[in-house]
Design a protein around this ligand. Structure first.
Ligand code: KG4
Ligand code: ZN
Length: 344
């Protein structure tokens, strides 16, 4: 079975074709970074307009690479969480294709897509997949949370950020330091040449009593440092100190979740999983504690439609499908209750 996936929840317009075992036949992503960079963050109205412009060329490219629309058996689309105007572009397109070709349509929760992206198989990349259950740390520009992933398409949330997402904190700190947008990759690069002990920053909500996170205090501490001392000519030490604080709390809470849930498998996902400091620290702590660490290729961690197609295939395999009345949501309804039961 071949599933066409469509993703347009934030600032990436993406289409992909994936088989039911996760083999990626095509995976096309049009990034809107250049559109939003002058504003230092995603501007919802501009995102919607860029999706409208990009969706057809992106779809055509994905279909051309994978044998055309005639080879598609089902359509999966991100229904949320995300920017509603952005989501509607993908949803309307997916509905139009499903209606015109009489194909099954499934809606996918974007976070569920991230949680199962580790099962995607990409040409030239070794595929290592964890047994279920596993603990997943999902860290992106919009989300930071720890999940227990229990069955295909099923997970429950163990902790999440109470304010900024980790990627958002990277982006805001980079903005304070005049480093451009998105900030994560540049802070990561600068941090590699800095001394984290040279600047004293507070540990952000490091208590193990909760698996929740908070990054706004750390961001404020960086702002205070910049106000007192000015923007450093060489921001490497400040980047290193900030990154170490973020990375340590992410890794410590994730391995703590593995220990308390007695699940010795940890999977990373989301754009911040590209961070070299995070990957290195997670590997070291997991080696120390006998936890198997799974870090998918960067293309599977950042926003993409292949993960949406695969999560859609899981729903279809479970006998589920939606009809053309499928609606968007800006927040996962089950997440609000502190539980995400099924990929709906
Ligand atoms: O998953 P993603 O592509 O989009 C969503 O937010 O859903 O993640 C983008 C986020 C941005 O905040 C970006 O700054 C961050 O991931 N990011 C990084 C790195 N690469 C991307 N953060 C830290 N280190 C990186 N190397
Ligand atoms: Zn995402």
């Amino acid at each position: 079975m071949r599933v066409l996936g469509i993703e347009s929840s934030c600032d990436e317009t993406a289409a992909a074709v994936v088989t039911e075992d996760g083999t990626v036949l095509a995976d096309v992503v049009a990034s809107q970074i250049a559109v939003h960079a002058p504003y230092g963050g995603v501007v919802p109205e501009l995102a919607s307009r860029a999706h409208v412009q990009n969706i057809v060329p992106v779809l055509e490219a994905a279909l051309e690479q994978s044998g055309g629309l005639g080879a598609i058996d089902a359509v999966a689309v991100t229904r949320g969480p995300g920017l509603v105007g952005a989501l509607l572009v993908g949803l309307s397109t997916a509905k139009a294709i499903a209606f015109a070709r009489d194909l099954p349509l499934v809606g996918v929760d974007h976070l569920v897509g991230h949680l199962f992206a580790v099962y995607l198989g990409r040409e030239g990349e070794p595929k290592r997949t964890p047994e279920l259950p596993y603990i997943a740390l999902l860290v992106s520009g919009g989300h930071t949370a720890i999940y227990e992933v229990t069955a295909p398409g099923e997970a429950s949330i163990l902790g999440q950020t109470r304010d900024d997402a980790a990627g958002e904190a990277f982006d805001k700190v980079a903005k304070l330091l005049g480093l451009g947008y998105p900030g994560g990759p540049v802070v990561d690069r600068l941090a590699a040449g800095g001394d984290p002990a040279a600047v004293d920053l507070p540990a952000p909500m490091a208590s193990r009593r909760t698996l929740d996170f908070s990054f706004s205090g750390l961001k404020t501490a960086v702002a205070r440092h910049v106000k007192q001392h000015g923007v450093p000519e060489d921001p490497a030490d400040l980047c290193a100190a900030f990154q170490r604080r973020v990375v340590r709390v992410l890794v410590e809470k994730s391995v703590h979740a593995c220990k308390t849930r007695k699940i010795p498998r940890l999977v990373l996902g989301g754009g911040v999983a590209a961070n070299r400091g995070l990957r290195a620290r997670a590997q070291k702590r997991c080696d120390d504690l006998g936890i198997e660490l799974y870090v998918p290729p960067v293309a599977s961690c950042t926003d993409n439609a292949a993960m949406i197609a695969y999560a859609g295939a899981l729903r279809l395999a479970g006998g589920e499908r939606d009809d053309l009345g499928l609606a968007a949501y800006s927040r996962s309804p089950d997440l609000k209750r502190g539980k995400m039961a099924k990929a709906r």
